[in-house]
Design a protein around this ligand. Sequence first.
Ligand SMILES: Cc1ncc(COP(=O)(O)O)c(C=O)c1O
Length: 400
Amino acid sequence: MLDIEAVRRDFPILEKGVIYLDNAASSLTPEQVVLKEMEFYREYRANVERGVHRFSQRASEEYEEAHDEVARFIGAPGRRNLAMVRNTTEAINLVANSLEWEKGDKIVTTVIEHHSNYITWLRVVQRHGCMVEAIRSNVEGIFDMTDFERAIDDRTRLVAVTHVSNVLGCIQPVTEIASIAHEHGALILVDGAQGVPHIKTDVIKMGVDFLAFSGHKMLGPTGSGGLYIDEGQLDSTEPLCIGGGTIHDVSLGSYELAVPPQKFEAGTPAIAQVIGLGEACRYLDRVGMDEVKRWDERLVKKLAEGLSEIDGVEIYGPSDPSQRVGLVSFNVRDMNPHDVALSLDEEYDIAVRSGHHCALPLMMELFDMPEGNARASTYLYNTPEEIDVLLGAVETIAKG
Ligand SMILES: Cc1ncc(COP(=O)(O)O)c(C=O)c1O
C-alpha cells in the first residue's frame, strides 16, 4: 500500500497550497532528489571522466552509478544501452539523425503522437525523400491492430509510436506493435515520455529497439532524460554530437569513437541532473512501480468518472479506465480551455495544463479542436481529496 502521507512529506512544495495536476507536463521533485543534486554541488563538484583528483573520481562514480540505476529501472541490460540526454525530444532526434535513411524508406507512426515524435519524422521525409504513414485511432485513442499489420511492410524502416498518449491517456500495445515491426525487418522506437513515469517498464519484454523518456516527468531534474538503445543497434547508432568525452582515440586525420554510452554524451554532461535522475529512480523503486500504478488508477478512475458526471463537461480518452493512465483531458461547454485553466489556478489554486498539448495532428484529425482542451494529470503524491476539490471547482465553472 502506498503511504500517501509519507510520500507527501517528501514533497515540501506541496505545502505551497497548490493542487498540482500538471504532472504530464512535468512532475514535482522529492527532497531526496533535490538533496542528491545539492550534494554534488556542495561535496564533490567537478567534471566527470576527466580528472584523477578525488572530486572528479567521486563525480564520475556517482554519474556512472546513476546510469546503472536508470538502466535497471527500465529493464535495460546495462549502462551501455542507455544514452543520457536532455529529454524525450532529444532522444527521438538522436535516432532520426542517426539512421542512414534511403529514399523511399517508410516511417509508420500515428496521429496521436506528440510533436516531438511526429515533426521529427516529417523532417526526415523532407531531407531524405522518405515517406510517413500516420495510422488513425478511434476517438478514444484505441487502434485497430490490423491497421498496423497493413501499414508496416517491407519498405518500413522505422515504427515510431507513443506508449501512452499525453492527451488521451490511452495505453498502446507496444509489444504487439514491436513484433509486427520486426516481422518486416523494421525498427521500433517507443516514446516513453508518459509511459515510463507510470508503468513498470521492461524494454526487453517490450521488444523495442529504442525507448525515449524524460527525467523531469518522473520526479527527476529538468534537463535529464534517456534513450535506451537495444544491443543490436548500439554500434550503428550515431551520436547527435561528437567531441570531448566521446572519443577513444584521435589523430590529426582520424578519430575512433568511445564505447557506448560515452560515445553519445559529448561535452560536459548534465552531471547533477543525471545523478538526480538516478536518485529519482531509486525513489520510485522504493515506493514500487506497482503501487504507483495502482494509486494512479484509483485517482484517474475517480477523475474520469467525476468529470463525466458534470453537466456541460466532455472528457476525452478511453471509456475503459484500465486502458487509461495518468490523465484526463476535458472541455467545459463552449469555454476556451485556457480560461478554464486560468480560473482553476486563480480561483481554486489548482494547476492543470490547457491547449493543444503539442499534439495538433490529434486535435485536428480526431476532434477538429484547434483550441485543444484542459488536462488534469496525476502522480503518486496526489490524493482523492484533491480530485474532489477539482471536481467541485469544475462543476462551479461549468455552471457559469
Ligand atoms: C508523449 C510525449 N512525448 C514527448 C514529449 C516531449 O518531452 P520533452 O519535452 O521532455 O522532450 C512529451 C512531453 O510532454 C510527451 O508527453
